[in-house]
Design a protein around this ligand. Sequence first.
Ligand code: G1P
Length: 286
Amino acid sequence: MSITKAVIPAAGWGTRLLPVTKTQPKEMLPVGGKPLIQFAVEEAAEAGITDITIIISPNRQAIIDYFAPAPDLAAVLTRKNELGLLNDLARLEDLANLTYIIQEEPLGLGHAVALAHATIGDEPFAVILPDDLIDHHESGLRQMLPIFIEYRTSVIAVETVDAQATRKYGIIRPERVSERIYKVDELVEKPSPEAAPSTLGIVGRYLITPAIFEALARTTPDSRGEIQLTDALTVLLTQQDIYALELQGTRYDTGEPLGWLEAQVAYGLKHPEAGERFRHRLRRLI
Ligand code: G1P
């Protein structure tokens, strides 16, 4: 039961990052010199995924262009004998087979995933939310795959969030199985701290069985008219077990300005050549 397909929803409006996201998808914001969407595609490819469906919003060509050949730029770099850069660009085109689907209206994460039914078909698949960056030597997907193989059912990533922050995440009611693994008893999308069944919040990595598509079709929109993936997982939970893995590593929520800045600093400090100098300058700043 291997996983070779993934969906990367990248169709949000990035309202928390306006005005920069007025013309730029938030997934194109850089961290440590490369855009978030590249982190997501590389994480998938590195976990053995060959076919990726990226959901984009209308009139947001930047992501498509980013992974497409750029002959004019390649010609300039060839003239300048910039072979390293040429290589980097060529690598982008070869990471995986990419298919793009446009989500015409912002109808929620669940709706975005449902759009990929035709490209995913009847196979288990991964969902990667690019604005959740996980900094660890083993990627989020890599950590989750053994759990999926062991239990042969859907697995979601979680981490403990601040008790006051439950409104920002899907929250689960966990039943502990072992050190970092839980069986999911309930899922609630963005509950108030009083209503939250725990402080284990969903991180943007999912390995899901194809039964989710039928569950999505049966999921009613929330009060804002959006179809939530968390609600579809609740429907799925009536048919199959779902497990949750508490990921190792640091998670950055780059979908909000401070989280993005924090990730920039963390990845800057880790930079092999410039990291030390950056640390020095940062010290002077504070
Ligand atoms: C989405 C999900 C939420 C999850 C979060 C992780 O929310 O709906 O359940 O906890 O991603 O980042 P969003 O960040 O799109 O508001």
